[in-house]
Write a protein that binds this ligand. Structure first.
Ligand SMILES: Nc1ncnc2c1ncn2[C@@H]1O[C@H](COP(=O)(O)OP(=O)(O)OP(=O)(O)O)[C@@H](O)[C@H]1O
Ligand SMILES: [Mg+2]
Length: 180
């Protein structure tokens, strides 16, 4: 398959994410040092590329063209750090999150995602992470307690009793400072 458009139009996100490239921010007029990659630490994503076939009209004729939504994205998130993914609408932020969360079919995604140097499987990623969808998936009529209880009911195994689930939800509400 020909990699059409891979190096031109679809390069918004990698400009923001690729930490090998010179950092854009300057302090007192001096460009900040790009952060060094620490191989084998935290979450590492390397050379992530993902394309879809898009139909578009050219000179009145419909053609199918491969469009890269992620184009050779590399970077790292170290333990204990908060990372923000920024970019204009359509830059590929959600697509990138889908890629590292294992939500893109294997085979369609090129590149690697590792945690502490080890390649991660989709099931392992789902076990150790939480993915909050961009669109509001919460029931507006439920209280925060009920929302957490609902999540506990569907996510925790049946071997965990209702009383234990309630206890965990109360602990979580307390940790988040949502109790009165
Ligand atoms: N399955 C798909 N097929 C074709 N194009 C897609 C598909 N998924 C996403 N796109 C396109 O890829 C681009 C990136 O989409 P994405 O949803 O990742 O952007 P985003 O940065 O999260 O935007 P927003 O800030 O609006 O949420 C958009 O142009 C979108 O239309
Ligand atoms: Mg998005």
């Amino acid at each position: 398959m020909k990699n059409l458009g891979r190096s031109d139009a679809n390069n918004n996100l990698e400009t923001l994410l690729d930490m090998d490239k010179t950092a854009l921010h300057k302090k007192n007029g001096v460009p900040a040092e790009p952060r060094k990659m620490m191989a084998g630490h935290g979450l590492e994503f390397k050379n992530l590329s993902y394309s879809v076939m898009k139909k578009q009209k050219k000179d009145g004729v419909w053609i199918t063209k491969e469009a890269y939504l992620l184009n050779d994205i590399s970077g790292q998130a170290i333990r204990g750090e908060v990372m923000a993914i920024m970019g204009p609408s359509g830059a590929g932020k959600s697509t990138f999150l889908d890629a590292i969360a294992g939500r893109i079919a294997r085979g369609s995604l090129q590149g690697s995602v590792r945690i502490d140097g080890k390649p991660v499987t989709t099931s392992y990623m789902k076990m150790i992470s939480s993915y909050v969808m961009q669109d509001d998936q919460l029931f507006p009529m439920l209280t925060v307690f009920e929302t957490f209880m609902f999540a506990a009911e569907v996510r925790l195994p049946p071997s965990v009793s209702r009383a234990e689930k309630k206890k965990r939800v109360h602990e979580l509400l307390h940790q988040l400072g949502l109790t009165v």
